[in-house]
Design a protein around this ligand. Structure first.
Ligand SMILES: *Cc1c(COP(=O)(O)O)cnc(C)c1O
Length: 448
């Protein structure tokens, strides 16, 4: 088979598929969650009619002849070649995520899946601080970020790479962001909302500040999922996810993803990288870093994503009931939940956290509360919980609780925790899909 005929045959198939994908993009969010890019033609022409995305556990792809091999490895025809670089099952998930994160956004997006959320955050951030563009560099991030991200920025980037990390302590204060972002800022970073402090930031306004200095905004949207918030629509350049959490509410996979819109803003990376950042990360730096997702995990994520809007709606409604109960309980000092009017950033949450297509406010399922009587009381409450598991986990169909200062945020140290406003009496609770009355009943007993 000549190289030309290989290329044209594959391109013809690709065109049919792309047409189907673009029709799917015109559907409602819930429909895309069910089908994504796994279209009729894709099922019948390439997958023996399998109605669910097959899990390709094969390490690599065989080619008909030398021409096909050469064309594939030169990235001239879509091929997957080797599972660290690409894989059909992973490809279906990446297309699904790109469709969901760009839903309602003016520009297309692309996605790249990774072995974990931390791998996605590192893959998204690292290109901007590379030595390819020497000179002074700083990054500006809200201080309340996930513990692993805090360590990545302060240990790996600041101590090992000499990057100045400027922490924004009050992410609701735009003047604090403005005073820290400057011409040497390589990227701006925030979580919506943050784990476990449950703080938010105004994506649109912070994106404007970043863009005015030529820097991209990276948003960790793990706790919102695209069913509640799609940061690309609001001006963020890159979205990162720990797919391990709410996106895979079954609790059966560790995985991550970065999703970027086309033509992102940056003075620190090449034109090619800016055009399709996630695609570029996938083909080059991630290929070399080797932090690929497994096809098995990709299929588990896909299975959970199919019902994402319904699940996030249910979990959010449960969390709202639990938060309201806790706020009225005499044994509780304070409740942090963006859905409560008492939350200092309730207005920002109302602006950004909305159930897709209905537009109704839904605030996710993570909340935290400070127990009266300090750390010892918090321990006692945790120890008395029964079906609510005590685990350093969140985003599950099951309710899970933890004390951040002795677990997830232990390594951050006293000062780091103070910056992130995490007191020792804080219990983080991620509300599951159990009956809300049963969850409340159990908390009531534990707080007695
Ligand atoms: C858990 C988490 C991460 C890290 O994800 P892993 O999949 O555990 O590597 C990043 N950001 C947030 C907000 C998280 O909750």
């Amino acid at each position: 088979m000549s190289l030309d005929s290989v290329v044209s045959e594959v391109k013809a198939k690709q065109e049919v598929w792309e047409k189907e994908i673009s029709q799917m993009r015109g559907k409602k969010f819930a429909t895309i969650c069910v089908h994504g890019a796994y279209t009729k033609h894709e099922a019948i022409a390439n997958n023996q009619g399998a109605i669910i995305e097959p899990v390709y556990t094969s390490t690599s792809q065989a080619f008909l002849d030398a021409d096909c091999l050469e064309a594939a490895l030169a990235y001239k025809i879509p091929a997957w070649a080797y599972s660290r670089i690409a894989n059909p099952t992973i490809g279906y998930l990446e297309l699904m995520l790109s469709m969901l994160e760009s839903y309602g956004a003016p520009r297309r997006a692309s996605a790249c899946c990774t072995s974990s959320g931390m791998a996605a955050i590192r893959a998204a951030a690292e290109p901007f601080i590379s030595e390819e563009k020497p000179g002074r560099k700083n990054i500006v991030s809200m201080a309340q970020v996930y513990g692993g991200t805090f360590q990545l920025f302060s240990e790996r980037f600041a101590k090992e790479r000499g990057v100045e990390v400027r922490w924004v302590e009050n992410p609701a204060d735009l003047s604090e962001w403005a005073s820290k972002v400057d011409a040497d800022t390589r990227f701006v970073y925030g979580e919506i909302p943050s784990n476990p402090g449950i703080m938010l930031f105004d994506i649109e306004e912070v994106a404007k500040l970043a863009h005015a200095q030529g820097a991209p905004l990276i948003t960790d949207s793990t706790l919102s999922t695209p069913a509640l918030c799609r940061p690309l629509e609001h001006g963020s350049d890159i979205v990162v996810h720990s797919l391990t959490k709410s996106m895979t509410w079954s609790g059966r996979a560790v995985a991550g993803a970065l999703v970027s819109r086309e033509n992102i803003m940056s003075g620190a990376i090449s034109e090619e990288a800016k055009r399709d950042f996630a695609g570029w990360v996938k083909l080059w730096p991630l290929r070399d870093a080797g932090a690929c997702i497994s096809p098995d995990n990709a299929s588990r994520v896909l299975d959970c994503v199919r019902v994402l809007p319904g699940i996030m709606d249910l979990l959010s409604r449960n969390a709202m009931k639990v938060a309201t109960f806790l706020e009225g309980h005499p044994g509780v000092e304070r409740v942090h939940y963006p859905g409560l009017p008492s939350h200092p950033q309730h207005a920002i949450a109302k602006k950004y956290m909305r159930l897709v297509d209905t537009g109704e406010n839904r605030f996710g399922h993570l909340l935290s509360f400070e127990v009266k009587g300090g750390h010892a009381s918090a321990r006692r409450v945790l120890d008395r919980l029964k079906f609510i598991f005590n685990a350093t986990d969140l985003g599950r169909i099951k309710s899970v609780a933890v004390i951040p200062t002795i677990s997830t945020h232990q390594q951050q140290g006293e000062e780091g925790r103070k910056k992130a406003r995490i007191p020792a009496s804080l219990v983080r609770l991620c509300v599951g899909a159990e009956d809300a009355d049963d969850i409340i009943g159990e908390l009531k007993e534990a707080l007695e």
